[in-house]
Design a protein around this ligand. Sequence first.
Ligand SMILES: [Zn+2]
Ligand SMILES: [Zn+2]
Length: 155
Amino acid sequence: MEKQKDKIKRVGDKLSLEELRKVFEGAGLRLTHQRIMIYNAIMEAKDHPSAEVLYERLKKEVPTISLDTVYRTLSTLEQLGLIRRVQVFDYIRFEPDLSRHHHFVCKVCKKIIDFTWPEFDRMSLPKDLADYGKVVDHLVEIRGICKECLERDKR
Ligand SMILES: [Zn+2]
Ligand SMILES: [Zn+2]
């Protein structure tokens, strides 16, 4: 499946229904009602949800939806370049924000918080890396304990 990223005006912005249909049809896929609902739900999610979490949210609105459909649609959206897959610990999560940012991950509640780090982004990479292959991206994952979890422990 060809990445559609370049054809979209502002990467990471929510597409109109018509734009979304074009992307799907361009990839030879049908834009079903359920796929639209899943797209809307992930574009509105700020918490990097897993397929399971998104499924729980959608089930209330779309009782006929299955976890499998949610999972497959998220994978499709990722392959189309519309959302990003994030792996944290053993969990696969998804996010709509394609702008350059890094993640603070709470070891306790597994919450992911976005942050930017322009100084890191500008840093040159170790020369040795060239021996291993071609670098396509470099992202930072900071692991820690979030404020809420620290507060809870105090009580
Ligand atoms: Zn936490
Ligand atoms: Zn993020």
